[in-house]
Design a protein around this ligand. Structure first.
Ligand SMILES: [Zn+2]
Length: 100
């Protein structure tokens, strides 16, 4: 899992292909990510007690293989590599070689 919360990603597959968003949550065990504003489904909710019914938007997680990290430096969908900089492990963009 090379993605962390807050990363900007682009969707590669599915109904929101091409859309960009930021990672809201990462589920490493499931290899899934939640991307804000992407993969939104309408859910019909029945009225129960004091909670009013209606239609709410829910965001469904995407499989990690369906998104690609957008490099903040070169603005391209990229993969990351790990490099050691000043004794610390950092993520670098495979395209522009900049630290992400
Ligand atoms: Zn880059």
């Amino acid at each position: 899992m090379k993605l962390v919360t807050g990363d900007e990603v682009v969707v590669l597959q599915g109904k929101d292909k091409g859309k960009k968003g930021n990672l809201e949550k990462v589920f490493p065990k499931k290899n899934q990510v939640l991307v804000s504003g992407v993969n939104i489904y309408k859910k019909h909710v029945k009225r129960t007690g004091k909670v009013p019914g209606g239609i709410t938007d829910i965001i469904k997680p995407l499989h990690i293989a369906k998104v690609a990290l957008v490099c903040p430096k070169c603005n391209l969908a990229t993969k990351t590599a790990v490099a050691v900089l000043n004794g610390k492990k950092v993520r670098v963009c495979k395209k522009c070689k900049q630290e992400i």
